[in-house]
Design a protein around this ligand. Sequence first.
Ligand SMILES: Nc1nc2c(ncn2[C@@H]2O[C@H](COP(=O)(O)OP(=O)(O)O)[C@@H](O)[C@H]2O)c(=O)[nH]1
Ligand SMILES: [Mg+2]
Length: 325
Amino acid sequence: MTLPPRAEPTVAELLEGFAERRVGALARAISWVEDGEEFAGELLDSLYEQTGNAWRTGLTGPPGAGKSTLSDVLVRYWAEKGSQAALIAVDPSSPFTGGALLGDRVRMDQALADAGVYVRSMANRGSLGGMSLATGAAADLCDAFGFPEIILETVGVGQAEVDIMAAVDVAVVVLTPQSGDGIQAMKAGLMEVGDLFVVNKADCAGADRLKHEIESILDLRQTPGPMPEVVTCSAKLGDGIQDVAIAIERRRKVMTESGFLETRRNTRALARIRRLLEGGLRAEIWSHAQMEGKAKAALADGARPDAIAAQLLNEVLKKVNVCDE
Ligand SMILES: Nc1nc2c(ncn2[C@@H]2O[C@H](COP(=O)(O)OP(=O)(O)O)[C@@H](O)[C@H]2O)c(=O)[nH]1
Ligand SMILES: [Mg+2]
């Protein structure tokens, strides 16, 4: 027996769900964003005024560093203080893995849901503009829904993770004393993106040495903004969690008071506009039949591909200018 397809809610229905704080509405809204559903933009527009109240914390670092374990204890810590969290676990790796790396996360979900935490996994579905756009919009939805704390946890380290970290208020890089994590972090560009460094697995040997190693690397960094702190903890044993939470809190305070947070949020909004603009143009330009036809004709005439591209770009730019006037 096949079930009839489930009817999609309308924007108005989802807004009603948000007003009544129904988690099902939030879940569906995030799916809209993930799938690029046609009314997602309208929904986000309607909710925009309700955003800007949540803190966005990113957690990144090599697989196995303890990001899931740490985010788990952090959201519980916040929940106990009366600050409910939404936790978005992101696997931005190629669509082929289908988010397989999120498995460890899923196992923890039920217990967290029972503690009042909203948990959501997002995997790369090959979405236009990349995962940082989709996760940014998902965070906006959690923000509008009224979660005061939002955690974005990534599964690994790579350019996509760095992009996601650039879209949070405070980016926490989690490393461990094992496996030369300090060097790995440097290679992956995490030293520039981190606002706070957590040396997890402090119950294992070498945590203090790694802490000093990170501090000496940070001394050389030329990234704008206040200097990051390095704290140690053992997420699994629950040791030092308060230190991590307090360090996050301190970082927010420093960033707010120095005006750096506002700058960062503006930069984030601009980067988002630029990405969407470029993505939109990219999608439009080639599908424009004339472009492809012209390119084919020029190729048949024996013109050089780069020269054809430059010529076509010029034509597009001229058109844009005409529209300006
Ligand atoms: N010894 C020790 N193990 C930990 C600690 N935190 C996490 N782990 C373990 O490290 C492994 C990877 O943790 P996980 O949170 O899944 O890492 P993720 O891949 O970064 O999300 C798991 O087996 C955890 O139990 C810790 O503080 N000390
Ligand atoms: Mg994990």
